[in-house]
Design a protein around this ligand. Structure first.
Ligand SMILES: Cc1cc2nc3c(=O)[nH]c(=O)nc-3n(C[C@H](O)[C@H](O)[C@H](O)COP(=O)(O)OP(=O)(O)OC[C@H]3O[C@@H](n4cnc5c(N)ncnc54)[C@H](O)[C@@H]3O)c2cc1C
Length: 385
């Protein structure tokens, strides 16, 4: 979409309309702010972190119990999105967090359920296989089943939030790249490959590119190459209807996966894949034998009926922080600039609530106390600049 009224100064400009940016744009537009969203590619696209059809959502949260209140609000906002867009976005399949009993994947998930009184079931490996026959974990593994887990249609989310933002009078420009931004006398200027825009405030949600526009984050938000594979199964029905999403930690590493949905084949990925740093402007999108081997190593042992032909793959990027917790904060030097980045391998499910948080930070200058653990002050920024 071409913005005609370039003279206009916006309340807020949002750079990057992926998961976090599209949701932020929607929340601000809904709150009657004049907003411009700028995206370097298509909306949605497959060059960032949100493609590949779907993303897991879990209420039991191994990573840290502090995320649970955020997740509760995220779920409410996902239901709202389904209502206002009139589309199914969230599929509840239940979730399984599987590992040895003392590993944080299982024990963290259990702690989050106990601390937040989340209904759950603990299953041993034979109970897992009995209930969900596609699963085949060794006897020393435990699984935490939580019924609210499932997946979100990630590309549909971005498409719908952007459409709804436009319906609330947001301006959107795709295929326009932001080259630079600055703040002069309290006014923000955003320079793109096509134009210059002005605003009172700025939100930077550029995913794996965030450290290019915010060099202070160079070592704090680091892009990493990931690979997703879809594998042919011997019995699709076992991988379709009675198949919870999972996150597991096994000898071969930490993996996650989904029931068959829309695309043929069982979808699986390994967290941090080959630990390869990515350059977002020059991504390696080809598939090596090693990439496939990594995924098969888990399939052959734990989901042996899905060890068929690789039907499709996609590459994608995590943007990792040192502690894998997100960065949601004001810019260290400019109070009118807000940053949401470093969502590591687990941010998508929160995108609905991240948009609301940023919008509230901007409109009411309110930063929720319980989100202190996501602020930049937890890092020694001075030494990174
Ligand atoms: C393979 C894979 C699996 C994952 N699985 C899960 C999961 O199951 N559950 C979960 O919760 N999370 C998961 N994640 C993490 C989650 O997907 C990400 O944390 C989330 O999508 C990040 O959203 P974002 O808005 O920060 O980035 P993006 O959605 O990538 O958006 C950033 C946007 O900014 C644009 N942009 C960048 N630079 C500029 C510029 N200069 N000018 C204009 N536009 C710009 C980009 O083109 C892009 O569209 C996974 C990630 C990957 C890669």
């Amino acid at each position: 979409m071409v913005i005609k009224n370039l003279e206009k100064k916006f309340d807020t400009i949002v750079i990057g309309l992926g998961a976090m940016g599209s949701s932020t744009l929607y929340q601000l537009a809904k709150n009657k702010k004049s907003v411009l969203g700028i995206e370097q590619s298509n909306i949605p696209n497959s060059i960032g972190s949100s493609h590949g059809i779907n993303r897991i959502i879990r209420l039991a949260y191994s990573e840290h119990p502090a995320y649970v209140p955020l997740l509760r609000r995220a779920y409410e906002l996902w239901y709202d999105l389904e209502k206002v867009s009139n589309e199914k976005i969230l599929y509840k399949t239940g979730s399984l967090d599987i590992s040895e009993e003392n590993h944080w994947v299982f024990s963290g998930s259990l702690s989050s359920c106990l601390e937040h009184k989340i209904p759950h079931k603990v299953l041993n490996s034979s109970e897992i296989s009995k209930k969900f026959p596609a699963y085949n974990f060794p006897h020393n593994y435990k699984g935490l089943f939580q019924k609210d887990g499932g997946f979100l249609l990630s590309e549909k989310v971005i498409e719908n939030y952007t459409k709804l933002a436009v319906a609330h009078k947001a301006k959107v420009s795709s295929n326009e790249k932001v080259i630079n931004w600055e703040v002069n006398n309290g006014e923000v200027s955003v320079v793109t490959n096509k134009s210059i825009y002005k605003s009172n405030s700025l939100v930077i949600t550029t995913g794996s590119w965030i450290n290019k526009l915010v060099p202070e984050l160079l070592n704090l938000a680091v892009p990493e190459r990931q690979v997703l594979g879809w594998f042919k199964t011997k019995n699709d029905s076992k991988f379709k209807n009675n198949f919870p999403v999972f996150s597991c930690s096994v000898d071969e590493g930490r993996f996650y996966g989904f029931p068959i949905h829309e695309i043929e084949g069982f979808k699986i990925g390994k967290y941090n894949h080959l630990n390869e740093i990515a350059n977002p402007d020059n991504q390696n999108t080809s598939l090596s034998k090693q990439d496939e081997h990594v995924l098969r190593s888990a399939i052959s042992r734990y989901f042996p009926e899905a060890n068929g032909k690789l039907l499709q793959y996609q590459t994608c990027m995590f943007t990792n922080t040192p502690d894998e917790n997100f960065i949601i904060d004001q810019h260290p030097n400019f109070s009118q600039v807000f940053l949401a980045g470093g969502f590591s391998g687990h941010g998508f499910k929160f995108s609905s609530v991240v948009g609301e948080i940023i919008s509230e930070m901007l409109i009411n200058s309110k930063f929720p106390k319980e989100l202190e653990f996501l602020r930049l002050s937890r890092f020694n920024l001075a030494s990174k600049i």
